[in-house]
Design a protein around this ligand. Structure first.
Ligand code: HEC
Length: 185
């Protein structure tokens, strides 16, 4: 921001007359304007929550595990069906070596309907994908992970409060960097 822009800000707030007359007030007003500018930067993060990228190629990632959740399981309402968990390369290397997840690690929880067909359980349509993307600087409130959920086969985001909708439960896994699943060879 240059001096010209700052003056512009101030004339909007009607303070330009004072600035012309007294030098110390100019200094004060300029710092005030810078303050407002910085506050604006900080609060713009609240208005537009940073989000995870849709993981376009996750079906080509490393398969971590699968699980079927049936009626009667405590998580049936939330995650009933069959899910597969995938890790991108950075997440997979961390899981394999037991090290903590680096920035850029992404895990996907892919949940599909489960169809009970003549004593077999088969995949139905996709319910949603859940995404955890590590960015330790941005997401300090949610353990350094951004949590996201995309509906069905779409890229429609369906989580507005990731802290209560996702992190509240994943928080229990703090000792494992908020991740539940383990990779087995
Ligand atoms: C009630 C608890 C609970 C809530 C709420 C929850 N999860 Fe999970 N999540 C789990 C469990 C348990 C697993 C491990 C499942 C398994 O072992 O197959 C898991 C696994 C995952 C994984 C794979 C990595 C890992 O931790 O194993 C991702 C990605 C994920 N969840 C994203 C989300 C997102 C996004 C939300 C919010 C929309 C969410 N979760 C909400 C319990 C929860």
């Amino acid at each position: 921001m240059n001096a010209k822009q700052l003056n512009l800000e101030e004339s909007k707030s009607g303070k330009d007359v004072i600035i012309m007359r007294k030098q110390p007030i100019v200094v004060l007003s300029v710092s005030f304007a810078i303050g407002i500018f910085l506050a604006g930067l900080a609060s713009s993060g609240d208005k537009e929550r940073p989000v995870a990228k849709y993981p376009d190629d996750y079906r080509h990632w490393t398969h971590v595990k699968s699980m079927v959740i049936q009626p009667g399981h405590p998580l049936y309402q939330l995650f009933g069906g069959i899910h597969h968990i995938y890790a991108n390369w950075k997440a997979f290397k961390a899981m394999e070596s037991g090290k903590s997840f680096p920035d850029g690690a992404v895990l996907v929880f892919d949940l599909l309907e489960v169809k009970n067909e003549s004593n077999s359980l088969a995949e139905g349509s996709r319910k949603f994908i859940g995404v955890m993307q590590k960015d330790s600087k941005e997401f300090i409130d949610t353990g350094g992970w951004v949590f996201e959920k995309f509906r069905g086969d779409t890229k429609e985001r369906v989580v507005s409060e990731p802290k209560s909708a996702c992190f509240a439960c994943h928080e229990a896994q703090k000792q494992k960097d908020y991740v539940f699943s383990d990779y087995h060879k």
